[in-house]
Write a protein that binds this ligand. Sequence first.
Ligand code: G4P
Length: 525
Amino acid sequence: MTLKEEIERRRTFAIISHPDAGKTTLTEKLLLFGGAIHVAGAVKSNKIKRGATSDFMEIERQRGISVATSVMGFEYGDVKINILDTPGHEDFAEDTYRTLTAVDSVIIVIDGAKGVETQTRKLMEVCRMRSTPVMVFINKLDRPCKDPFDLLDEVEKELRIGVRPLTFPISSGPTFKGVYNIYESNLSLFLTGERQTADAETVDIALDDPRLNDYIAPFAAHLKDDLELVDGVYEPFEREEYLAGRLAPLFFGSAINNFGVRELLDTFIKIAPSPRPSTTEQRTVGPDEEKMTGFIFKIHANMDPNHRDRLAFLKICSGIFERNKAYMHVPSGKLMKFSSPNAFMAEKKSIVDEAYPGDIVGLHDAGNFRIGDSFSEGEKLRFTGIPSFSPELFRYIENGDPLKFKQLAKGLDQLMDEGVAQLFVSSLNGRKIVGTVGALQFEVIQYRLEHEYGAICKWEPIQIYKACWLQSDNRAQLDDFLRRKHTNMAVDKHGRLIYLADTSYALQLAVEKFPDIRFLFTSEF
Ligand code: G4P
């Protein structure tokens, strides 16, 4: 197969949802369809259950699962599918954001009874920033759900994206009959007796067929009215709009019952984009360029503390990645060969000889790589759009054992490279401040420093409302700001200036008083 053909047959995407909406269940059903797994229950949820924040075994278990299921590749017909898993716990949202930089499209799962929830809204913001095409799967139709039109409105308003239902549900909960496939003009019947086993029975039937009543009485008339309304209200589906990230095709179903999933998957492989061009600071890189390029979007420490090596996840952006070929690690300028790069098929890892754009390769790393690092065949490229988000929680970190100073510094450095949290150094007193997106991260850091690096850390409170990166073309104004806010300034690991606003009022005042300074809440690595 040519490089172009390999690219065209690849679909690299992530499934995102608010916890409990059904992401793990849907992932598993997709793998079952692909023949990648054969029994239900093979994909473990990587959720940390609420209330388990101090259960370190739970954290380790979660890390173990998340490395095992980080990438799930499988073949479906002629298509090579790569599903990139995202952490289930909101405290790991930043990891999810970064994973989204490595996908070409996204499937959003929404619980039909709950509608759009907070986490979904936040993740959609990231998709919007990158114009990522999204498809929506409204799940749990076997339970009493909100009215489908209310759900469509909610998705449109809350996620700020146009919607187009491609299937439409017939009732929900105990009276759920199935979904009507609008474009194929057929009916998938939800037969409760066949739950959890096979595909649903599908009947090709036009809406004006009198037999419709036999199948879905007493909802036939209702369905016709609903579909007329759908046609009246929603524009016909246009793939270009979907690819531009402006229109989300929408499906209804029940993941646990394997219902509506095949429709989703079959449409997905038809319309979802194959690997797209990637932007770098220097130029746009087309996937079909001959030379290999890629970037690291995730680093995972070895679960076994006796083996310090880490697994770095490289997304191939162009060309063919080959085992034992020398590539340039762009930040260091060093040439490196990888004798045992990993490919990820379903829940297994294996050594791979070749990988193509859209694929993810696991590289063993002795601690030299950072998130955002690029690899090439010599060209100095820096991929953009791998964001670092303004953390929401802050604490001073102090050394708890004077004899272990070096271990602490090294451990902290490596954990930051993995993207577990962000480290700032205060300009006021030179103290180190750790910023995270969730409280759980502080416990993870403390636990891992102790168990993997033999270092003891202590946390001390600090009052910070938000950290923002500063940019300005007005040097005088920036200098004035730095003078006045000296005590609130810090630098990040790249030496960039960070303003640590202690209250929302202080931030608001600063924004008003210094109009030529841009206060940024996301930065790129
Ligand atoms: P997540 O990864 O998005 O967090 O969700 P997950 O798939 O783990 O699903 C959350 C819960 O919702 C699970 O129940 C799962 O069985 C259930 N679920 C998923 N899809 C459907 C569906 O179509 N209909 C119904 N009724 N339930 C569904 P749980 O009780 O938390 O876990 P489990 O004990 O069943 O594994």
